[in-house]
Every structure is written in structure tokens, then in C-alpha cells.
Design a protein around this ligand. Structure first.
Ligand SMILES: Nc1ncnc2c1ncn2[C@@H]1O[C@H](COP(=O)(O)OP(=O)(O)OP(=O)(O)O)[C@@H](O)[C@H]1O
Ligand SMILES: [Mg+2]
Length: 560
């Protein structure tokens, strides 16, 4: 047995070593567990720095250290903390060795940055230190800073210190990266919200159940209802009842991912009760599972455009009123002639005191003529009045009859034979009386002008699918060559060279059809004739919602 060998002593020493290694392992475990708890997404740069410093101090209690954080975009150092004497000027830059750049897969061009110093050797940033190690804080090829350790002779760095530093630094770099992502996401969210909020367009976002999620400032300014009253409410609370059906169709079409390219024109009421016209374009917004989550409505206030169009139509009405007046004077002539002839005859007869039964017939002719004049003048006066923007329930057949009576002179002048096939008991439509009269007058006038040598003019009305009325105006006139068909609705397009036309007639007609949410189409065969078909939606609501009685009275009045 060798002198001095004491097995008990050696066992004790090994036990002591094992115990201190265990203690060290426990300490490391504790620090790492603590790191996980302390890293929260909301932490600031300073808080992050402090967490790193605390961990470095707990893991390497005797060593010098320098912890630097940098902005990953500009690479400018933003925060630092150190223990032990530093060499002069080392904190202005982030120092990394070339091999660390390679190992962490940083872009080599990083060496060109004025804020980064890449050295061949491991940089030693401490005064009087023999041994240094360092680890850059890198995640997803982005540099967030670096940790440097320096060991003196009294407190040398252990072999596995570098490994320990690397695993800690990796964890911290990932946390910094997540923090950065979160900040970017929050920034983008704020950015997007302010774009929506301050955009010069009307913006509403709703979920699939029509609940309003976004209601921007332009909407608030236009309608006058503040955000706190509208957010979270059903969109239909703010849409007039008569617009809701179309709105619902467009919303479900958008959720089914086929919105109409033309957009949705609708009316809404302001807080003051005024009506505004808005055209909304709808688009579906999807979540991460590619499911439609919400619908964005981007709108434009077209109230002024509609008001101007209304004025143009009114102006055109006044112009055609002037043209009609000439015809009407002619129309008045015939009944007035019979009135005066019969009246003069009766007066002379009454003077002699002799009357016979045929005089009743003559008096009836006088009455009939007078009534006709009354009706024409009354219709003309009502047509000439400024029309209201508010639509009213109307019977299309009455409008056809009235429009034809206005055009009697034109019809007679062109030797045109009129056939009318009006389907009885048609539902009412919600419309503007004078505008629809204007539509009929313009179409009838065009038809007559196309039949210079006489012909047949046919007008018919009936209902058809999709709750619409169909008004057909056809003639046996010149017809329209195919190449001209697409131009006839353009303003000022006319083939009438003798000053007979301004080319506004059909453009006004198509505007009026659009106002009534209808459709117009035309078919024509040169040499045979032309057919215009106009579809207009009729009123489908419950009878008690529309003033049916009032509408009936009006119809009776017009006939009288
Ligand atoms: N029924 C029709 N038959 C043949 N051509 C037609 C018919 N209706 C319209 N057109 C053609 O379309 C053109 C445009 O018609 P529109 O009513 O817009 O203008 P216009 O009749 O020429 O002038 P305005 O109506 O302003 O007096 C006409 O000039 C004509 O060539
Ligand atoms: Mg015309």
C-alpha cells in the first residue's frame, strides 16, 4: 500500500466534486428556467438587457462581461451593460469574429456596416484579460447584439463556458426575434387601422353576421353617427328597409366569393334624416384557414353626381316640353274647332227658340272636346312641374297611356298606327313619374322619326320573372345598323342631321332606367324595325307598406 493514500479521503473528494457539479448543474437549470419565465413578449429593450445581464451574472459569477443589443435593421447598438474594465472605444460597435459570422450564417456583407467590426480572431474587449469568448445574438440571419466574456488569471473561463453561453444566447436571440415580430405585427395592425380610419373613402368592415367591426371616419362624417354607436351593431340598422334585400344578396354573394364588379348602389339616411347615395364595392377578407371571415365595403358618396344627373334629366324634360307644346297646340285645335262650330250653331238655334233631339248629341260633342282639352293641359302642366326625387308607387300602364297622348301629334304627323297591348292588373312600381313619362316620350318619338313613311308602333307591358315589369316599344322603321347599336346610348350620338335631334334622347332613357334599377336592351334589323325592352322592378312589399289607396286615386284621377 502506497504511503499517503487515503481511500476515505479520495472518496470524500470525489463526493465533494460530484456535489459541486450537481450544484452547478442545478444553478444552470435554475437560470434557464428563470429565463423562460422572464421572457415575455411585451418586454422593452432595457428589460431584455437586464434579463440577459442577470443570467450572465448568475452563470458566470466571476467573469468580466459586455452585453450589447443592436437594432437588427440599422445594426446601430441600442443598449449595453458591462462588468470589468473595457478597452477604449469598444462600445461604439458590435464586435464579432469572422468564424462567428460563418457559424451563425450571417450575411458576410455585414462586415461593411459602420456599426460592426468583424475581426479574424476572437475579439478581446477587456483590459488585462488573457482569455475571451463571445457569441453574437443571431436568429433567422438577423443580428440582435452580442455577449462577450473575459476571464482573468484568477477567474479563468472553463472549457464548457462557451457552450453554455451559446445555448443561452440562442434562447435570448429567439426571444428578441419574436419580440421584434410582435412589434412589427402591432405596427402593421396600427398602420392598417389608420389607413382604414383616415382613408378618403367610406369604409365598413363586417363579420359574416353583418356585425360592424370597422366604421371609419369618412362614414362617421357622412352619416353623422359616431363610431361608438355603430361598432358591434347589425349593418342593417343603418340601411333603409327597401335596400336590405339587395344588400343581403350582395353580401352573401361576396361571402360566396363572387361579388358583382359593378358594385352596389344604395341609399342611406344621415342622422339629420337626409338621403345620401353611396356606391359600395364589396370584397371578402379571409382568415389563415382561407375561410371568408369578414367583408370589407368600400364606398363612394355619389349624392352630388345623382343630383346633377337629376338636373340634366329635368332640363331635358323642359326641352322636350317645348317641343311637345307645339304638338299639343295642334292637338287642341281639332276639339276647339268642333266646340266652336257646334256652340255657334246651338247659340243661333237657341235664339230662334227651336230645338230638336240631335242638339243633345251636339252638346255632348262640345263636352267631349272640352274634356279632352282639359286632360291634355292638366297632364302637360303636371309633366312640367319640377319632379320630386322621392319615388312614388306608379302604374306603368297609366304612364304609357299618358305618354302616348303627349305624342299624338308626332304619331299623326308620321302617319303611324299604334297598337297597345297592356297587361291588366300589373303590380305597381316605385318610380319617378316625370322621368318614366320622359322615357316613354323619348322612345315613342324615336320610333315615329324612324318611320317617316308610316308604319306600326307597338307598346306592350307585362310581368316577368325576378319581380320585374317588361315594357316593350317596337317599331317597323328603318332599324339600326349593328355597328351603331352600341353607340346609340351615348350622349350626343345622333344620325339626325337636319337639326331634328341632339342625340340626348336615349342617353337620358338609359340614365332613367338605371335610376329605377332596371335594364334596357335593344334589338334591331335594318329595314325591318327596332325593339326596345325595358325591365323595371315592381313593388313586392306587403300591401300595407305601400299607399295602395293613394295610388288608386291617382290612377282614377288621370283617367278622368
Ligand atoms: N327606334 C329607332 N329606330 C331607328 N333608329 C333609332 C331608333 N331610336 C334611336 N335610333 C338611333 O339612335 C340615335 C340616338 O337616338 P337619341 O334618341 O339618343 O337621339 P336623337 O333621337 O338623334 O336626338 P334627340 O332624341 O336628342 O332628339 C338616333 O339618332 C337614331 O340614329
Ligand atoms: Mg331621340
Amino acid at each position: 500500500m502506497e504511503q499517503g493514500y487515503d481511500p476515505v479521503n479520495e472518496a470524500n473528494e470525489r463526493l465533494h466534486n460530484a456535489l459541486s457539479q450537481l450544484k452547478e448543474a442545478r444553478q444552470i437549470q435554475k437560470v434557464f428556467m428563470g429565463l423562460g419565465k422572464e421572457l415575455s413578449f411585451g418586454s422593452s429593450q432595457e428589460e431584455f438587457l437586464q434579463i440577459i445581464v442577470d443570467a450572465v451574472e448568475a452563470l458566470f459569477p466571476q467573469t468580466h462581461y459586455l452585453v450589447q443589443l443592436a437594432d437588427p435593421k440599422s445594426l446601430v447598438p441600442t443598449a449595453m451593460e458591462h462588468r470589468g474594465p473595457l478597452r477604449n472605444g469598444v462600445t461604439n460597435k458590435i464586435h464579432i469574429s469572422r468564424s462567428a459570422v460563418v457559424k451563425t450564417r450571417l450575411d458576410p456583407s455585414i462586415a461593411q456596416s459602420a456599426c460592426i467590426e468583424v475581426s479574424q480572431e476572437v475579439p478581446n474587449l477587456f483590459e488585462g484579460v488573457a482569455h475571451a469568448i463571445h457569441v453574437p445574438l443571431v436568429a433567422e440571419n438577423q443580428l440582435f447584439g452580442a455577449i462577450h466574456l473575459g476571464g482573468s488569471e484568477k477567474t479563468p473561463l472553463a472549457d464548457d463556458d462557451e457552450l453554455l453561453l451559446i445555448s443561452m444566447a440562442n434562447q435570448m436571440a429567439l426571444a428578441l426575434r419574436n419580440q421584434r415580430l410582435l412589434e412589427e405585427t402591432a405596427f402593421l395592425k396600427d398602420y392598417l387601422e389608420s389607413i382604414l380610419e383616415y382613408a378618403n373613402a367610406l369604409i365598413i368592415v363586417t363579420n359574416r353576421n353583418r356585425q360592424i367591426l370597422v366604421y371609419n371616419r369618412a362614414m362617421e362624417n357622412l352619416l353623422g353617427f359616431p363610431k361608438n354607436q355603430t361598432l358591434g351593431t347589425d349593418l342593417f340598422m343603418w340601411v333603409p328597409q327597401e335596400e336590405q334585400e339587395r344588400f343581403a344578396t350582395e353580401l352573401s354573394r361576396t361571402i360566396g366569393e363572387s361579388p358583382s364588379p359593378a358594385g352596389l348602389e344604395t341609399r342611406m339616411r344621415t342622422r339629420e334624416g337626409e338621403q345620401v347615395h353611396i356606391v359600395f364595392h364589396l370584397a371578402a377578407l379571409k382568415d389563415r384557414e382561407d375561410e371568408v371571415e369578414s367583408v370589407i365595403l368600400i364606398g363612394q358618396d355619389i349624392t352630388q353626381i345623382r343630383a346633377l344627373e337629376f338636373q340634366i334629366i329635368e332640363a331635358e324634360k323642359m326641352a322636350s316640353l317645348g317641343k311637345l307644346a307645339a304638338g299639343v297646340v295642334h292637338e287642341l285645335n281639332n276639339p276647339l274647332t268642333s266646340i266652336s262650330v257646334y256652340a255657334e250653331f246651338l247659340v243661333s238655334k237657341l235664339g230662334t227658340g227651336r230645338t230638336d233631339p240631335s242638339d243633345v248629341e251636339k252638346t255632348e260633342k262640345i263636352l267631349k272636346g272640352a274634356k279632352r282639352i282639359q286632360k291634355l293641359t292638366r297632364d302637360l302642366v303636371s309633366y312640367g312641374k319640377p319632379s320630386s326625387e322621392e319615388p312614388e308607387p306608379l302604374q306603368i300602364n297609366d304612364l304609357v297611356a299618358q305618354g302616348l297622348s303627349f305624342c299624338e301629334h308626332t304619331i299623326g304627323k308620321h302617319d303611324v298606327c299604334v297598337n297597345v297591348d297592356l297587361n291588366k292588373e300589373l303590380p305597381l312600381l316605385n318610380g319617378n313619374r316625370t322621368q318614366l313619362l320622359q322615357l316613354i316620350i323619348n322612345l315613342v318619338t324615336n320610333a315615329c322619326q324612324a318611320m317617316a313613311g308610316g308604319g306600326e308602333l307597338n307598346l306592350s307591358t307585362k310581368t316577368q320573372e325576378q319581380n320585374t315589369l317588361l315594357l316593350t316599344v317596337s317599331d317597323t322603321g328603318t332599324g339600326i345598323p349593328e355597328r351603331d347599336l352600341e353607340r346609340i346610348f351615348e350622349p350626343f350620338y345622333t344620325t339626325k342631321t337636319d337639326g331634328e335631334g341632339t342625340g340626348l334622347g336615349l342617353s337620358i332613357v338609359s340614365r332613367i332606367v338605371e335610376h329605377h334599377r332596371g335594364k334596357i336592351d335593344v334589338e334591331s334589323t335594318p329595314g325591318e324595325g327596332t325593339v326596345f325592352r325595358i325591365q323595371l322592378p315592381f313593388i313586392t312589399s306587403q300591401p300595407d307598406e305601400i299607399p295602395a289607396e293613394g295610388a288608386e286615386k291617382k290612377a282614377v284621377k288621370e283617367e278622368g
